[in-house]
Design a protein around this ligand. Sequence first.
Ligand code: NAD
Length: 266
Amino acid sequence: MTTGARLDGKVVLVTGAARGIGAAIAAAMVREGASVVLTDIREDAGRDTAAALGPNALFVRHDVTSEAGWTDVLDKAADRFGGVDVLVNNAGLFLGKPLAETSVEEMNRMLAVNVTGLMLGCKLTIPSIAARAHRWDGGGAIVNLSSVAGLIGASFQTVYSMTKGAVRLFSKSLAMECADLKQNIRVNSIHPGVIDTDMAADVARGQMDARGMDADKVRRFLIGGHPLGRLGTAKDIADAAVFLASSESAFMTGTELVVDGGMTAR
Ligand SMILES: NC(=O)c1ccc[n+]([C@@H]2O[C@H](COP(=O)([O-])OP(=O)(O)OC[C@H]3O[C@@H](n4cnc5c(N)ncnc54)[C@H](O)[C@@H]3O)[C@@H](O)[C@H]2O)c1
């Protein structure tokens, strides 16, 4: 399975890795020589995704909102691979609807998964990453999935944007804290445009409902938001995650890496 060596010997933990961007990140990390712990609440898909990656991949069922769940995942990562060097907080939910139709319960669920889950992951994984960071040029790494929705405004997804904006500044502040504490851990966020996954279908559905557009028109509308003339692929984001996990980004921390086909450059 190994075709590169940019992450040789590193152990990477990827949340929400059963499908979509997380699955592509896990596959790219294994290809670059890493051992990968994939976690998700989707048990069957998660097991299948990990099995396809061979012996350097381990699936653990895990809800990122559960503190006890994080402890269990970290114990299993330590037993199987010796610890964790890179954390990719990828698990996330989308909510696409007008604010007037958004309930407090829906907002709290979005905050729990997209923000609390990510905070717990960083807090509980940092000791393992810090203990092993001296082994690597560029130290340990945390990669947090934000979004263009964490950079600019967009209609009919206010609560999603709220969570992704939180991820952006949480990541910058944690980058400063890890540097001040000399933990040798770099923390960066990735900001994808619309990426062609199951979540993109949710994005399209939200816009269709709110704007009264049919599916074709919404797809053209979404593609039209990207100057490069297409939606992104999960691989586009996986390539960025490999870069941030590797020593090639050794002097980058607190950065927002925008992978959006030019959307936010306009
Ligand atoms: N697809 C896009 O257009 C896009 C754009 C910008 C940012 N992102 C972000 O990228 C990340 C991945 O998105 P995707 O497109 O692959 O979405 P996806 O819905 O295809 O995959 C997300 C995965 O997260 C898992 N998940 C959800 N709640 C969880 C929980 N509580 N605990 C553990 N796992 C959980 C899901 O089961 C799923 O497998 C998300 O954080 C998303 O917000 C996606």
